[in-house]
Design a binder for this molecule. Structure first.
Ligand code: ADP
Length: 729
């Protein structure tokens, strides 16, 4: 037996693309077929004999060859169609037919199927009787499913010698075999080759078509099940609409929720489920346009029209896209969240009520404690200062201890008051331009006494020429005091606490303040929690007794409200460094919202100075906020800005306005300011002097550069004006 590979056709030429079917998840089954194992059920279905029988029988009859389907081991599956006479005669005479069903080579295994599957091409085989057959592989992607064998024919006139040999081997008479062979018309080599090519093409095409129809049937079944599932969902309305909003599918849950049977709603615009007011306000259209833009809308709550009354629906809308990206509709899920909302509102009210009660209690207790504490403090300090007579050293020592305890209690009461303010969002932060160097120096001097009582050195390490910060000085003092006091508290006698400040290396628009100590340090786990409310570390319990675990919590709130961040770096036994950041003061940032591209395009900016002269001696600084609010009323918010206090003078006497206008605009603003100040100051105690300078905006720079340029010039003029060197015109 000899077999040879055909060079002409290779089955892989027929493998791709498979019929493209897309699964519900968008995965192509064709792709899947090459990647995943085929189940034995799918293999059986693909080689189903009923399906293949007709095509093989027709091929055998038309081409006048024997044909059969085999599995991947070469075993014939089902019938051998159109068996040929010579082969039949020999086969019938044989007692046991072992081996290939197409070769008269009993006992010799035929390797044609294995070769065809390995090569992917046609394999042609000759046997000892001169009969030939072709084997074509059946491949699905990487899967070797089986083969089709066709043949039992002569490809040239039969050879008597070979047939005599066969007759002898099988114990049959040579003459009848020769007579049958002579009548079996040979099929020429070229025709045989062409029919093998055709068989390969037919086999692969049929296999793929079969695969596609099996997958289609599976998909249809899955879709059917999915539809049943969707319809069975009762507590969610699930429906689809087309791009114009018309309902295209409507599940049982939607029927139940909106009391519309699908027969009535199909084709109607889905806006009919919304309230009249929402339809008037175009809520349905807005939801769809949002979903179209973002691909999805999640958890939008709207009032919708229910069975008997309106309810709150939670909408989730997904845009359904064609392959090309155009929207073919929307899938909508609505859940009734009325009860959930009611409970959430009740919980929020209860929380607020609890908060208010707690706030009232804390505030009451704190105020009640404060008054006697102040009285005790006054009396004890008077006694200590010897105002009520001399004290023995022992009395002095006891009284000093009492004063220390009173101070500590006062600070605890202050923390309690602040915590109620943090939780009711009433802790006020009023940023202004402030000098960090000055603030740090002030706090260090107030902490000095406390530090020296423990022989702790208080040091500062401040970068020179630091910009000022944009922060509330009262709050910065409070944060610094807390951090320095902690440093002193958790550092043993003879240690040191150092306060530093410098621009943050990664972001020069922030200043970074540090408070380092040589104290007990904090473990990494505790570093995570010490900023939490009431957090105190067990290991430092002794020192912590004098606090409530609120200082860092309040400090974190205060820092974050001023646009900064607070953190700690520490190692147990090696001291701690607390850092916090604050924004550097920037006139450019402050003015950015009025120095818009359009305003700068006009080419002129006017700086207005309002100097208020107090006629009768000094004026209380609490009149300043009132003057500021009068000035605020005289400017156009999107166009002009009243600058915050830019000097440390108390009370503030010069107010500055940056106005995006020219000298004519200035005249209008100045008239308004005079008029408003006059009606505010009926007793004529203020003498306002209003002056201005108009700057030309330098063209040709980027927007940011122009803002920076204008801001620098304004800053310079303000400083010059404050120092009395230069008056505005
Ligand atoms: P307290 O008033 O208890 O000091 P804080 O909120 O200021 O409250 O601090 C919380 C806890 O963090 C402290 O009780 C202490 O355990 C730890 N802690 C704070 N600062 C330091 C520090 N400099 N060194 C070691 N531990 C500290």
């Amino acid at each position: 037996m000899t077999s040879e590979m055909s060079e002409r056709v290779n089955s892989t030429a027929y493998l791709h693309p498979l019929f493209p079917i897309t699964s519900p998840h968008g995965m192509s089954f064709a792709d899947k077929s090459t990647d995943t194992e085929l189940s034995s059920r799918l293999r059986d279905d693909l080689l189903d004999l009923d399906a293949w029988g007709e095509i093989l029988a027709t091929y055998g009859k038309t081409m006048r060859v024997a044909v059969a389907l085999t599995d991947s081991n070469g075993c014939v599956l089902g019938n051998l169609h159109n068996a040929q006479p010579v082969w039949t005669l020999v086969h019938d005479a044989a007692h046991d037919w072992i081996g290939c069903s197409f070769c008269i080579n009993p006992g010799v295994p035929c390797t044609a199927v294995a070769e065809a599957l390995a090569s992917g091409g046609v394999v042609r085989t000759h046997d000892q009787a001169g009969l030939t057959h072709v084997t074509v592989p059946l491949l699905l992607g990487k899967h070797r499913l089986g083969a089709i064998i066709a043949g039992q024919v002569f490809d040239r006139y039969p050879e008597p010698l070979a047939l005599r040999h066969v007759a002898k081997e099988f114990g049959i008479s040579a003459q009848p075999l020769w007579d049958v062979a002579r009548k079996q018309r040979p099929i020429g080599s070229t025709v045989l080759q062409a029919s093998a090519d055709l068989l390969l093409a037919l086999g692969q095409a049929f296999l793929q078509q079969r695969y596609a129809s099996i997958m289609e049937a599976e998909l249809a079944e899955a879709n059917g099940q999915f539809r049943l599932l969707v319809n069975g969902v009762r507590d969610h309305a699930l429906f689809t609409i087309d791009p114009t909003g018309r309902v295209t599918s409507w599940n049982g849950g939607a029927q139940h929720m909106f009391d519309y049977p699908d027969t009535k709603i199909m084709g109607q615009n889905f806006s009919c489920i919304f309230t009249f007011e929402d339809v008037q306000n175009h809520v349905p259209e807005k939801l769809l346009s949002k979903a179209a833009q973002a691909g999805q809308v999640e958890n939008e709550e709207c009032r919708v029209r229910g069975k008997q009354k309106h309810f709150w629906g939670d909408f989730n809308i997904t845009a359904l896209l064609e392959d090309g990206g155009t929207i073919r509709g929307f899938a909508i899920i609505v859940q009734d969240v009325t009860e959930r909302r009611r409970i959430a509102i009740l919980m929020e009210e209860a929380k607020q009520e609890r908060g208010h009660a707690q706030e009232r209690l804390l505030s009451h207790v704190s105020h009640e404690l404060r008054t006697p504490l102040t009285a005790i403090y006054l009396v004890t300090t008077n006694l200590l200062d010897g105002l009520l007579g001399d004290l023995t050293p022992e009395q002095h020592e006891h009284l000093a201890l009492a004063v220390g305890n009173v101070k500590q209690m006062t600070s605890m009461v202050d923390d309690l008051l602040d915590i109620t303010r943090v939780e009711s969002h009433k802790l006020t932060v009023e940023p202004q331009r402030a000098s960090l160097v000055k603030l740090i120096a002030e706090v260090l001097s107030t902490c000095h006494k406390n530090a020296s009582s423990k022989s702790i050195r208080l040091c500062s390490d401040l970068a020179v020429d630091q910009p000022s910060v944009w922060a509330d000085p009262i709050r910065v003092r409070q944060i610094l005091t807390n951090l320095i006091d902690n440093g002193i508290k958790f550092t043993p006698e003879g240690g040191a606490v150092t306060v530093g400040s410098r621009p943050l290396a990664e972001d020069s628009s922030l200043l970074c303040i540090s408070v380092s100590d040589s104290g007990c340090g904090i473990s990494p786990e505790d570093c995570e929690i010490i900023f939490d409310r009431l957090a105190q570390v067990k290991s430092s319990m002794q020192a912590s007794r004098s606090g409530l675990g609120l200082g860092l919590f309040i400090s974190r709130d205060l820092v974050s409200r001023q646009g900064g961040r607070i953190w700690v770096e520490s190692q147990l036994g090696h001291g701690s460094t607390f850092y916090f950041t604050l924004p550097a003061f920037s006139l450019a940032k402050l003015c950015a919202h009025v120095l818009t591209a359009a305003n700068l395009e006009a080419g002129v900016i006017t700086l207005i100075a309002v100097d208020v002269v107090w006629v009768e001696g000094t004026v209380e600084s609490d009149i300043v906020p009132e003057i500021r609010s009068v000035l605020e009323r005289c400017i156009h918010p999107g166009q002009d800005i009243l600058l915050p206090p830019l000097s440390d003078a108390e009370p503030e006497k010069a107010f500055f306005i940056v106005a995006c206008t020219d000298s004519n605009g200035f005249e209008v603003i100045a008239r308004r300011i005079r008029r408003e100040l006059q009606s505010f100051d009926t007793a004529s105690k203020l003498r306002p002097a209003i002056s201005s300078t108009t700057l030309l905006v330098e063209p040709g720079h980027s927007h940011e550069e122009r803002i920076d340029g204008v801001s620098v010039r304004i800053e310079r003029m303000v400083q010059a004006h404050l120092m009395g060197k230069e008056k505005l015109q």
